[in-house]
Design a protein around this ligand. Structure first.
Ligand SMILES: NC(=O)C1=CN([C@@H]2O[C@H](COP(=O)(O)OP(=O)(O)OC[C@H]3O[C@@H](n4cnc5c(N)ncnc54)[C@H](O)[C@@H]3O)[C@@H](O)[C@H]2O)[C@H](O)CC1
Ligand code: K
Length: 517
């Protein structure tokens, strides 16, 4: 599913109307009806008292369809038109006339004061926000500004049409005032701002509804951003052939751990086993082998000479190294050596390398070598690690996370996994895939180590690397979602719980595979 900017949505809209010939009035009708179908379950017809706030453009036009449809169904609805009536033009005007011809009335904000409106809204159970959509330009103007300030203080449910009014669709411009919705029903394509912070916090629960825009119209935009959903995962997870053997599922090497971080290699290796890797070898500082090996009976080990409890060199000759199909390096390495072995890996190993955590810290010194590397490289930084790697403040990276991660991935020719809520995977070609699973229980030490092991396992089993990476991220988030919907508190989910629940998560998604075929 494409994730679009406001401009791209208008482009899609134009193609649908002008080239395909689906009339704008029909699209607006579809939009209003799809919105209503998706909210009916939230409202009791006997007790719901609904207000619809209608703006000047097509978002407001959707509001007229929504109001008419709810009134036809017998709901109590008060309708408020915010701009002067004469300013409503085009398709929105058409639906305003249809609304009136059906015998319904609205109140014009022109004729009342903000206090009158607020007094009325205070008695409502639901306010539908159809004031401004993707056509917003610049900072919010009056009278929307004063209305939005008041609406945000109401205690009722606020449901936004397409996106919360006042919020820029693309997410990275400055937010002055915007509706803080309890729920947003987005039309056809999710907007970029829904996956950017702090913009996302204004959306509340997000539902995406189909309004009948043909796929061909969506294909016209040169879009490079997509959601990676359960359907994508179910359709692309590897299926084991009866004839397969352990060599068919990859021999992975994990370079991890130090004297003060013995848990990280255990988590990474266990997660890698759980996602089906054929063989997992753990390269560790020689001094911690007993502690780690006592917790890992499925892995094999390679001992590295250490200084101060951290790996000093890999002690792997080329032949030994090239027996592996892929390498993951970084979890719990520590930062007290010079990381020269990362440079060695980048030079000497031409198959996929996943670099995480302290591996990324060392990588900063070897970026020129990274740019020249022929083999596939996958970097999995969180926001802080990425900001360090590119020498920018965290806030700047957060605000422009799509742009900065794309610039980096293309410049260095890597797969970049920028972790966080809505983790973004950018391919070396610049395409971006946004993850839709997970919850704040993942914000805990160790969950990144688990993800690294999962990525290593799937990339050895799937031909398409982006699917392998995105699938690992989705399953990792889905494990956390599964736990909190099965009696775990988000406070108590631990990284090892993610690994332990993985068989059930995989089973549930594989069982749902038929749903998407
Ligand atoms: N995507 C689709 O195919 C469909 C979308 N629909 C809905 O249409 C809106 C987008 O409609 P548009 O008319 O382009 O924009 P708005 O409704 O957001 O209104 C723009 C209007 O608002 C005024 N305005 C702009 N900026 C400001 C500001 N900063 N402060 C105050 N006022 C502002 C100005 O007058 C503009 O002209 C989309 O979101 C969907 O809800 C269709 O109905 C169905 C097809
Ligand atoms: K809106």
């Amino acid at each position: 599913m494409n994730v679009v900017t406001g401009e791209e949505m208008h482009q899609i809209d134009r193609y649908t109307i002008e080239e395909i010939g689906l009339k704008a009035e029909l699209l607006m009708e579809n939009a209003g009806l799809a919105f209503v179908s998706s909210i009916l379950h939230l409202m009791n017809k006997k007790t719901a008292k609904i207000a619809v706030l209608i703006g000047v453009g097509n978002n407001g036009g959707d509001g007229f369809v929504i109001s008419r449809s709810l009134l036809e169904k017998g709901y109590q609805v008060d309708v408020w038109l915010i701009p002067p009536v004469k300013k409503v033009k085009g398709t929105a005007r058409y639906h305003m006339e249809v609304f009136k011809k059906c015998g319904y009335e609205f109140t014009s904000y022109e004729a009342i004061t903000c206090e009158d409106l607020v007094r009325n809204l205070k008695g409502k159970t639901h306010v539908i926000d159809a004031m401004l959509g993707t056509g917003l330009v610049g900072p919010l103007r009056q009278p929307y500004k004063e209305i939005i300030e008041q609406v945000n203080q109401l205690e009722c449910q606020i449901i936004s049409v397409d996106l919360p009014s006042g919020l820029p669709a693309n997410g990275n411009s400055c937010i002055t005032d915007a509706i803080k919705a309890s729920r947003t029903i987005t039309l056809q394509c999710p907007k970029l701002g829904a996956y950017t912070f702090p913009s996302r916090e204004y959306y509340g629960d997000l539902t995406i509804v189909d309004i009948g825009i043909p796929k061909l119209a969506i294909k016209q935009i040169d879009s490079e951003r997509f959601l990676w959903t359960e359907e994508n995962v179910a359709c692309s997870l590897p299926v084991r052939k009866p004839s397969s053997h352990k060599g068919s599922h990859g021999k992975g090497l994990i370079i991890a751990g130090s004297r003060t971080m013995t848990g990280a290699p255990i988590l990474t290796a266990k997660a890698c086993h759980r996602l089906g890797a054929g063989l997992v070898t753990l390269a560790l500082p020689d001094t911690i082998i007993n502690t780690v090996a006592s917790q890992l009976i499925e892995s094999t080990f390679h001992l590295c000479p250490s200084v101060n409890g951290e790996i000093n060199s890999l002690n792997l000759d080329d032949e030994l190294m090239n027996r592996f199909d892929a390498i993951a390096v970084g979890p719990g390495l520590g930062r007290n050596n010079n990381g020269e072995f990362i440079e060695t890996l980048l030079h000497d190993f031409d198959k996929p390398i996943v670099i995480d955590a302290d591996g990324l810290f060392y990588l900063k010194d070897f970026l020129t070598i990274l740019a020249k590397r022929k083999g596939t490289t996958i970097l999995t930084p969180h926001l802080g690690e990425f900001a360090y790697l590119i020498n920018e403040p965290i806030a700047k990276v957060e605000k422009n996370r799509f742009q900065v991660s794309r610039d980096f991935a293309v410049k260095y020719g890597v797969y970049l996994v920028l972790k966080g809520p809505y983790t973004v995977v950018t391919t070396p070609g610049g395409q971006q895939f946004i993850n839709t699973s997970g919850n704040p229980s993942l914000a805990k030490g160790g969950s990144g180590d688990v993800l690294t092991g999962m990525v290593l396992a799937l990339l050895m089993q799937q031909k398409d690397l982006q699917s392998a990476i995105s699938n690992s991220i989705f399953l990792h988030g889905m494990a956390a979602d599964y736990l909190i919907s099965h009696e775990y508190s988000p406070l108590s989910v631990m990284a090892s719980d993610l690994i332990n629940i993985m068989p059930k998560v995989l089973n549930s998604i594989q069982n749902r595979y038929h749903k998407y075929r």
